[in-house]
Ligand binder design. Structure first.
Ligand code: IMP
Ligand code: MG
Length: 177
């Protein structure tokens, strides 16, 4: 059986919200050296749109963080890579993430980045998924709140598929075999 996709957030709504977030970031960071740290791979589509709407100078870098493997449930174990080489001491940093679910990934990443001595560290996430019992996460720049459901598209995947979709969809995986 194949996967079922149902539209949740349209490309049009995303575009509007991304422009609002970029305007807010531009306003808040006027005159301060800014670095966007983009979380691979899921946040790349969001970040590409966001950065083209930010009206102040900034630089970008990337980190890798994964907790899902190829399943639709967080494993709880967060694997980080590459962040030790980031040059963010004294910078205002915004971590750009696709989706915050349990908060484990962004929590581990924020702790690792804090060690590198940024002047400030904020989170920008396209989506905050509300799951029972999740750790509270302070997302300064947030696109959308959604209920506890698995989503794909606009950079987000299920087993590496569906990242190219222009909107966000709920996914019900088909049965294997
Ligand atoms: P957390 O650590 O549970 O907050 O999970 C965050 C990470 O898991 C994100 O960076 C995503 O890559 C991935 N993730 C969480 N929920 C979804 C989803 O609904 N679809 C696709 N990826 C997700
Ligand atoms: Mg991710």
């Amino acid at each position: 059986m194949s996967d079922t996709l149902r539209p949740l957030i349209s490309a049009r709504r995303i575009k509007k919200r991304v422009a609002e977030l970029a305007a807010q970031i531009s306003e808040d960071h006027r005159g301060a050296p800014l670095t966007l740290v983009i979380v691979l791979k899921g946040a790349t589509v969001f970040a590409a749109d966001l950065m083209r709407q930010i009206a102040i100078p900034f630089v970008i870098d990337f980190v890798r963080a994964s907790s899902y493997g190829n399943s639709a449930r967080s494993s709880g174990a967060v694997v980080l890579g590459d962040e030790a080489r980031l040059d963010i001491a004294g910078h205002h940093v915004i971590v750009v993430e696709d989706i915050v679910d349990t908060g484990l990934t962004i929590g581990a990443l924020a702790a690792a980045l804090h060690q590198l001595g940024p002047q400030s560290l904020d989170i920008c996430a396209l989506i905050h998924k509300h799951v029972a019992g999740a750790r509270p996460v302070d997302i300064r720049y947030k696109g959308f709140d959604i209920p506890d459901t698995f989503v794909v598209g606009y950079g987000m995947d299920y087993a590496e598929r569906y990242r190219h979709l222009p909107g966000v969809y709920r996914l019900r995986p088909g049965e294997a075999g």
